[in-house]
Design a protein around this ligand. Structure first.
Ligand code: ADP
Ligand code: GLC
Length: 482
């Protein structure tokens, strides 16, 4: 099949979270399985210098944004056979220091930036000589693409390909003031209760849910959760009415990047059979983070956006209580200044036990996954979550709250003593998380059982080869129906 994907982030070109990993890996896996994939993504600052093989495409975009026209150029890269990345070059919108914000303040023109980007996607879907069989858009930034394509169909595009929307996180919907709808140049009827309108505002994700032929989300459990009031972020009813076209597919892992052997970010290679390298990585990590190098001290870690979603408040509470046991904890993250300060404060008060790095650091994220004994992910909600799956492969036992993709990807002792590879808790409280950490410490004290968990963890397989089949089933269903 020929699949055109669109996303505001794609690894290794741009990334703030798992969206980038997922889109980059899905496209690679499609190409690897013998299909043709192309991704449209913005040309952010520095990308041309970083990827000098990028080629200018002889193609000018000149698209209406309300009453004015905006131009863009196009660049392309072919990182592997069967995969092309198209970069939309509009310096006014995308040649900036950040992707969505700077110094924690969102760009004021995010609606305009991503409406324009969505128009470029719809335009390319229509006019690229390589005619895609299906257009697969990801998250609110490209949520308007299906609606734009429906309108192009009405205006004479004879057979537009069907569309699929993947919701990576329902909490981010791209909601903007009503007058931004004018920038879409769509007829007023698209701004109705069955379309892009949400309590009088423009809602880009809702438009995608309304007009895409298929909707997927990134784990089976999250697909069920988002149709409930608790997790539906105001769109649960709207999603319930479209349950027939909604599927949950657990993300895969790119084991080419996330590997414990031949990983340029790690000091020592290791595997389930040769675990000594992991012990070395632990000492290296303790040293890098400025903690006492102590092989016997249980080491917990987290790599995360510091947002409410990730359970920061209960994590801080549980750590306060559990640090008395002598455990060590390392954190790499960035986000809400309040949370950043709270972690830095914890590190200041427990300098031999807690180390915190604020910022985004790919290499360190691998070293934390590899060097820790346990990985903490107490999310309030989690559409899929990738770090718990990376932890499993790295033999770092995940301690997770049983929600969304965390519940779908980790096996607890109570579910199967034989297959157990992590620790789960249910209640969203610091007390429940502290209890789970206590279980982790008990596991650590039992080397035979700990080895059993580790072996299970390192052998589970979330590779994309399998996941890609689930997406192809959805694609074929949409193409068949069209
Ligand atoms: P989300 O997409 O909600 O942030 P995921 O678990 O799906 O959560 O994916 C997060 C991805 O972003 C992982 O690849 C993780 O390693 C990476 N990441 C998050 N914060 C940082 C950081 N501060 N430095 C490096 N990588 C990070
Ligand atoms: C979102 C979700 C995360 C998921 C990622 C990739 O950022 O918060 O749970 O893993 O998208 O699908």
């Amino acid at each position: 099949m020929k699949i055109l994907l669109a996303s505001s982030e794609v690894h290794p070109y741009s990334k703030t979270g798992g969206l980038a990993d997922m889109v980059g890996a899905l496209a690679k896996a499609l190409a690897h399985a013998g299909h043709e994939a192309a991704i449209v993504t913005p040309l952010y600052r520095g990308l041309r210098e970083k990827f000098p093989d990028m080629r200018h495409v002889d193609w000018y975009l000149n698209l209406p944004m309300g009453s004015r026209m905006v131009e863009a150029q196009l660049w392309s890269l072919e990182p592997q056979p069967g995969l092309t990345i198209y970069f939309v070059d509009q310096p006014g919108y995308f040649d900036r220091a950040g992707i969505y914000h700077e110094a924690n303040i969102s760009y004021l023109d995010n609606a305009e930036r991503f409406i324009f980007f969505s128009k470029c996607v719809a335009h390319l879907a229509r006019y690229l000589p390589w005619r895609p069989d299906l257009v697969h858009v990801h998250d609110w930034q490209v949520g308007l693409v299906p609606a734009l394509m429906v309108q192009q169909h009405r205006e004479g595009w004879i057979k537009p390909p069907p569309t699929c929307l993947t919701i990576h996180n329902l909490a981010y919907q791209g909601v903007f003031a009503p007058d931004t709808f004018n920038l879409t140049n769509l007829p007023e009827e698209f701004f109705g209760i069955e379309g892009a309108e949400f309590y009088g505002q423009l809602n880009c994700l809702k438009a995608g849910i309304a007009f895409a032929d298929r909707i997927t989300t990134v784990s089976p459990r999250y697909a069920r959760e988002i149709t409930t009031e608790e997790f539906g972020c105001g769109l649960d009813g709207f999603l319930r009415n479209r349950q027939g076209k909604l599927t949950g597919i657990l993300n895969g892992v790119d084991y080419g990047d996330w590997t414990t052997t031949k990983n340029r970010f790690l000091k020592a290679s290791y595997s389930a059979a040769r675990i000594r390298g992991k012990e070395r990585n632990k000492l290296v990590l303790q040293h890098e983070m400025g903690l006492p190098m102590s092989p016997k001290t249980p080491l917990f870690g987290t790599v995360s956006r510091l947002a409410e979603q990730k359970g920061v408040d209960i994590q801080l509470g549980a750590l306060e209580e559990m640090l008395s046991t002598g455990l060590q904890f390392v954190l790499l993250g960035s986000g809400s200044p309040l949370f950043e300060r709270a972690y830095l404060d914890l590190a200041r008060r427990y300098p031999t036990q807690v180390a915190v790095r604020i910022g985004f650091n790919e290499g360190l994220s691998h070293r934390i996954e590899a060097g820790c004994d346990f990985y903490l992910m107490p999310s309030h909600f989690e559409p899929c979550g990738l770090n718990q799956m990376y932890s499993l492969r790295y033999g770092t036992i995940p301690v997770v709250r049983a929600v969304g993709g965390l519940d779908d990807s980790v096996v607890d002792y109570t579910a199967s003593a034989e297959l157990a590879d992590g620790i789960k808790f249910r209640e969203y409280t610091a007390v429940a998380l502290a209890k789970a950490i206590r279980k982790a410490l008990a596991l650590y004290e039992n080397p035979t059982l700990f080895r059993h968990y580790r072996r299970n963890a390192m052998s589970v397989d979330f590779s994309w080869e399998r996941t890609v089949e689930d997406y192809l089933r959805v694609y074929r269903g949409a193409v068949g129906a069209a």
